[in-house]
Every structure is written in C-alpha cells, then in structure tokens.
Design a protein. Sequence first.
Length: 130
Amino acid sequence: MAPLIVLLVLALLVLVTLARTIRIVPQARAGVIERLGRYSRTLSPGLSIVVPFVDRVRDMIDLREQVVSFAPQPVITEDNLVVSIDSVIYFQVTNRSRRRTRSRTTSRRSSSSQSRRSATSSAGWRSRRR
C-alpha cells in the first residue's frame, strides 16, 4: 500500500512539473517571463517551454489595438460658447519588453526623485533616465 501512495505522489509531482513547464501563448498576445522576480524575456505566440518553479509567466499582454473612450466634457471656446467634446484614444503595444519594465519603474519612484524631477526640466530628466 505504501509503494502505491509514493507512486501516486510522484506521478502527481511529474504532472504538475509538466503543466508548469509548457505554456501556450494565444495569438495576438505576448507573455512576460520573470525569473526569480526579475524580467527575463517575452514569450511570443505559440508553444513555449519555461523552467518550472524558477520562471513565472507574469502578464499576458494584448497586442491588438485597444480603444478607451472618455465621458463627454464641456469646454468653453474663445467666444464663450460651451461645447461638449467626446474623446477616444486608440493605442497598441509595440515594444513588448519595455511595457512591463517601464510600468514597474514608474510605480516604484520615490518622493525624492519626484521632487528632483519637478525641479529640473522634463527634457533633462528624460536624458538622465535613458
């Protein structure tokens, strides 16, 4: 009875390892891989193999064109007329690897770096950041 339980646990461990090794990325999406919590690479659509328990698929990025619409806003023109403006933004992710890393660096910026940024010109800040 004990060898049967050991065999079942071992089979379950092999199945879990295989399930974590093989990743399928759907068409028009990209998968961001983190190795031990740090960006490693980007998976393109199709069948991919990752190192189980070390690599993790963090995000599935949609590469299709996205539409974001905003509520109408009243605007006063030069001749004091009130006009309602509807706005729509179309965007598409073009550089898959920079999308995830850029959002992480902007969310972890400290208040001291924000005050430095406001003290300098925006062009100077961009040139130091790159």
